[in-house]
Ligand binder design. Structure first.
Ligand code: ADP
Ligand code: MG
Length: 697
């Protein structure tokens, strides 16, 4: 039997393969492009393309595709075969450097938020050599960025790469000041923990809401949900275990470092976490992971739900973005060091993050905004919509000591001096217990916990990297000019801690009193997607993102528009689906059941005189009242859907949808769920929550 190391990465054109398949010269030049971003010349590209094709064909591949991440949030691909006619009527397999480097998909159907109208009709894809090519379903996939001809990014990868570059540039300036001469580059790394649900494909197929929207729009609570806490870390059912084993294998073949798997809090909910890697690879890998999760589920006759809130009443699914900054020499810059000097450097990077998160809390909130995630944030199962940082008691005490110029503990005699005092060793456990914080320091990294399970992690990391780069730039500008480096450094750290103290919160983020407190502190609380997205274009945000060369102003405008448009479309599809299910399934079922009860009562009374048949008549009365109310509410929903058609402004539309349409839907659902409780299961037109949540045995 093959062991994991035998097949790990067997579908990836990785460094190992490149070394064996490329000439030393070509390999060296490609490496330069990968590590230092140097431009690739066409002869090198031709040689790489040739080798890539030979390798892919030897693995059974027939086609290639430029694999990219348009703003739909999922990945896109268009397949071209390698075949090229030969003179004798046969074909040969060909792939040129030009085809490797650049592709021209017909991009007009991808969302561009008006960008292409103002620039160019078509877009092109460009190879990202920092992410390895791989084979998926016999297709050679080449990770690419997607731009308009004017150079505007039409995807999520381009700004992500730009944000990594921005952070690299500023962090390098700081590292130079600390005398780190051997460091060549700084990268952020990410380990995203991914939650998901698994349900049986038969019950899935009977629910239009799941099919059209990925979440249930109706469903009365089950007698048993997650109240016993018996699912979290519980024994994994054989069918799920088989799925996980198969999934791991597929991911490992693609070089994805799937590491941890366990059951989550809700029934049918699970989690997978990989070992962290460089941010753009982690992003590509997470997109692939989500895709493969769904594909492997099919093979096991199940459906993998990645929606943030597939079921009301039990926890939804999120994603934790574990994030840190490291040098190419392997130093984690968010890890407290052993020497006073390393500690000062650590504290400065820590400050950069604190300042970034406080200054751009709105951008972080925006980066996780989606219709699905709105159901989670602030619903006592995920962090609130308010961004704050958990630092842990020890680090907070140190911070306060620095601000107040005093010792941080009884053991320490003199006041806290950077570059002189050694920080205490943090016990990892002490810093990792608060699970309610949206942004928690966990010893040597930050865990950003607001992401939704279906979100691409690109957006969160773009904002995070850019904002931290902006803090570092301010520090570097100041420190490079300082006459006395150490006192300038001390002052800067002190000032940051003092100015941004409000963003630190070590308490329970699910507590309502925190929301009130946060408001007093002046922190943003944007509850919904329509509330937050317009702030993407606030002057300070545009200035920072354009200044860091992460987005142009036009790109930002287009993104805000696309995000709001996506939101509106998503909720509208849900509203239409509810309308359909109510009219064609729920009302007919309720009416039929009520009628059968009425008929039964009448015939029983005819048979036996003096019978009350109070159960039947009361239930008929209740169901009739409910069906009338449902009919009225669905009419209101339809009228409100109609009203959206005349709204042209994306902000007005999304805000109406977020306030009015969602409220209509909630109210309609309440009646339908009440009717479900009174109706015989035999009559109910689709599987109930009990059948869905406990469908996999
Ligand atoms: P938890 O207590 O949240 O399970 P773990 O240490 O298991 O914490 O880490 C969870 C995730 O964090 C994993 O994906 C792991 O690879 C990632 N991680 C660990 N160290 C780092 C780091 N330095 N940078 C980014 N991610 C990291
Ligand atoms: Mg975690």
């Amino acid at each position: 039997m093959k062991t994991v190391p035998d097949y790990f990465g067997c579908l990836v054109f990785d460094d190992r393969i490149m070394k064996t398949m490329l000439s030393a010269d070509v390999y060296a030049k490609l490496k330069k492009t990968i590590v230092q971003g140097e431009k690739l010349d066409l002869t090198v590209a031709n040689a790489v393309a040739e080798a890539m094709k030979d390798w892919a064909v030897s693995k059974g591949a027939t086609h290639y595709t430029h694999w990219f991440q348009p703003m739909t949030g999922i990945t896109a691909e268009k397949h071209d075969s390698f075949i090229s006619p030969a003179s004798d009527g046969r074909v040969i397999m060909e792939f040129s450097g030009k085809e490797l480097i650049k592709g021209e998909p017909d991009a007009s159907s991808f969302p561009s938020g008006g960008l292409r109208a103002t620039f160019e009709a078509r877009g092109y894809t460009a190879w990202d050599p920092t992410s390895y090519a791989f084979i998926k379903d016999k297709i050679l996939c080449i990770p690419t960025a997607f731009c308009s001809y004017g150079g505007e990014a039409l995807d999520k990868k381009t700004p992500l790469l730009r944000s990594m570059e921005a952070l690299d540039k500023q962090a390098m300036r700081i590292l130079k000041l600390f005398g780190n001469e051997d460091v060549k580059c700084v990268r952020t790394s990410v380990g995203p923990e991914q939650e998901y649900f698994l349900i049986d494909e038969d019950v899935y197929a009977q629910r239009k809401d799941l099919i059209y929207t990925g979440r249930t729009l109706f469903g009365a609570k089950t007698p048993k949900g997650q109240e016993m806490d018996d699912h979290y870390f519980g024994v994994i059912k054989p069918r799920v275990a088989a799925y996980m084993a198969d999934l791991n294998k597929e991911l490992w073949k693609l070089g994805i470092l799937a590491k941890t798997q366990h059951n989550e809090v809700a029934p049918a909910q699970h989690e997978l976490a990989p070992i962290y890697t460089t941010t753009n690879l982690a992003t590509d890998h997470n997109q692939l992971t989500m895709e493969i999760m769904q594909k492997v589920a099919k093979r096991h006759h199940m459906v993998c739900l990645l929606h943030e809130k597939p079921f009301a009443g039990v926890n939804g699914s999120g994603k934790h973005n574990n994030w840190s900054i490291a040098t190419d020499t392997g130093v984690n810059l968010l890890s407290p060091g052993d020497t006073p000097y390393e500690n000062a450097q650590f504290l400065l990077f820590l400050c950069a993050v604190i300042k970034a998160v406080d200054d751009y809390q709105d951008l972080l909130r925006i980066s996780v905004a989606s219709a699905g995630n709105d159901h989670r944030l602030g619903a006592n199962e995920a962090p609130p919509a308010v961004v704050s940082i958990f630092l842990g008691d020890e680090l907070t005490a140190i911070m306060d000591a620095i601000v107040e110029d005093r010792p941080y503990s009884a053991q320490q005699k003199t006041s806290m001096k950077l570059g002189v005092n050694v920080l205490p060793k943090f016990a990892r456990d002490n810093t990792d217990r608060n699970r309610t914080s949206p942004f928690a320091f966990t010893g040597n990294k930050f865990e950003f916990r607001m992401l939704g399970s279906a979100n691409s992690i690109a957006c969160a990391n773009i904002m995070l990297n850019a904002a931290v780069a902006a803090s570092l730039k301010i520090y570097a500008d100041r420190l490079e000019q300082a006459e006395d480096f150490e006192s300038a450094l001390h002052e800067m750290i002190r000032k940051t801690f003092k100015d941004h103290r409000r963003i630190i919160f070590n308490g329970n983020g699910y507590d309502d009193t925190w929301i009130a407190e946060a408001e007093k502190r002046g922190l943003c609380n944007y509850r919904t997607t329509p509330d937050c997205i317009p702030h993407m274009l606030d002057e300070k945000n545009v200035k920072m993102l354009v200044g860091q060369k992460v987005y142009s102003e036009a790109e930002l405008k287009s993104r805000a528009e696309i995000l709001l448009e996506n939101y509106s479309k998503t909720v509208l599809i849900e509203a239409h689906t509810m309308d359909d299910m109510v009219q064609k399934q729920i009302l007919p079922a309720v009416v039929k059941y009520a009628n059968d009860l009425a008929v039964s009562a009448v015939s029983k009374k005819a048979l036996v005189s003096g019978l009350a048949c109070s159960y039947e008549s009361e239930t008929v009365a209740k169901l009739s009242a409910l069906s009338d109310s449902i009919a009225q509410k669905v009419a209101v929903l339809e009228a409100d859907i109609e009203r959206t058609k005349s709204m042209e402004d994306v902000i007005e539309l999304s805000s109406f949808i977020g306030k009015t349409l969602l409220a209509d839907m909630e109210s309609l659902r309440a009646d339908c769920d009440a009717a479900e409780m009174l109706t015989s299961e035999e009559y109910w037109p689709f599987p109930t929550y009990g059948k869905l949540l406990f469908s996999v045995r």
